[in-house]
Design a protein around this ligand. Sequence first.
Ligand code: 0X9
Ligand code: ZN
Length: 407
Amino acid sequence: MRHRLATVFVLAAAATAWATASDWSRLHVHVPDDAAMQRLLDSDLNIMQCHPGCGGTDVIAGPGDEFKLRMLGFDFTYVGPMAAPDAWAKSQINRTAANASIQSDEYRNRYFTADEILTFFENLRTTYPVFVTRRQIGTSINSEPIWAYRFGRPLRTGGQPENNIVFINLIHAREWVSGSVGMHIGLRAAQTLSAPQQTPFLPNQALWIVPITNPDGYRFSWTNDRYWRKNRRRNSGGSFGVDLNRNFGTGWGGGGSSGNQSSLIYRGTAAFSEPESVAIRDFAISLGRVGAYIDFHSFSQLILWPWSYTSNRAADWQAFDAQGRRMQTAIRQPWGVTYTQGQGFQTIYQASGVTPDWFYDRFRASAYTIELRDDGTFGFELPADQIRPTQDEAWAGALQLIAETPR
Ligand code: 0X9
Ligand code: ZN
């Protein structure tokens, strides 16, 4: 009798697990041409990304999404189960208190919440007060401050104008390893500045890091939906979110962005309609000179340079190509992984209103999107044991760019 009860219990548990797993899946959708890709991107389906030569894209499919795909006329294959979007949040309910110490390796071994990331940066500021300062550059839709941290020697009045390098992290909420990379680069920058014989920084150079560009979205990806990408704007039609990386002014409104408010790549009502993009824009303009820029995303292991909104070559495309190769070589050093480099438009897909196009347009900065690990095996849910190598790769690439930015 006890046996039979146990069996019934196990079966019931298995049935529950199966029901949960079967509700969400990863599908590989066949995309025959650019028009079909735009159609998919204009829908409200949750797209993972198209990789070079993938001939399609993966979709995070919930209940009803397979039907939608069929209605839109797409063929697809089943790749595997996905966790429900709120499963992560549920698993965090009993999570123990934060340790955001900069002395421990914890930030290399697990993902940090928004509060932990900010505490980590505040710890950097109190530990290295001479070299690390901060500035509030704006406020999100949900009234959260957006911070930029400056890493550099103290400003000398009357000295040469600063040549600024700007890195931004977590513009896309679900790309969590971007936040881990921001912390690592911040710590390494502070450490090298306080050991002058090691520092790559010139006396008039400053590195600015925005640890969490999209704070509302990032918090939401922890509490409600692990696959959330956009900000948390309430759109006029009732849906939520503008893709901040389609909201910048250069090429705004073009291909590879969407006017559908429910789309993952919804561009907003106008260029710079969102407070988070305005924060980045006005902050950069206030700096006067920006020599280099990186926007850290995941995933696909890519180094992308302008333009992304057009297939036209940038005036400096040969310099980008050469520098991209040097960054690629640097990034390969720590773990032997090769990041593909090239112009954004041709290397992955057209995208209009992205941040590096604007930084290049406005400042003629050496402006990049770096897509961190992995190659799509785990995608946004990169296992924690890959945080450290990803951080090493990003720091290697950053060092190369910093060393090449004297102008
Ligand atoms: O689509 C994006 O915004 C970026 N990829 S992601 O999967 N992290 O969302 C890439 C933007 C860079 N440029 C081009 N797509 N050309
Ligand atoms: Zn992204």
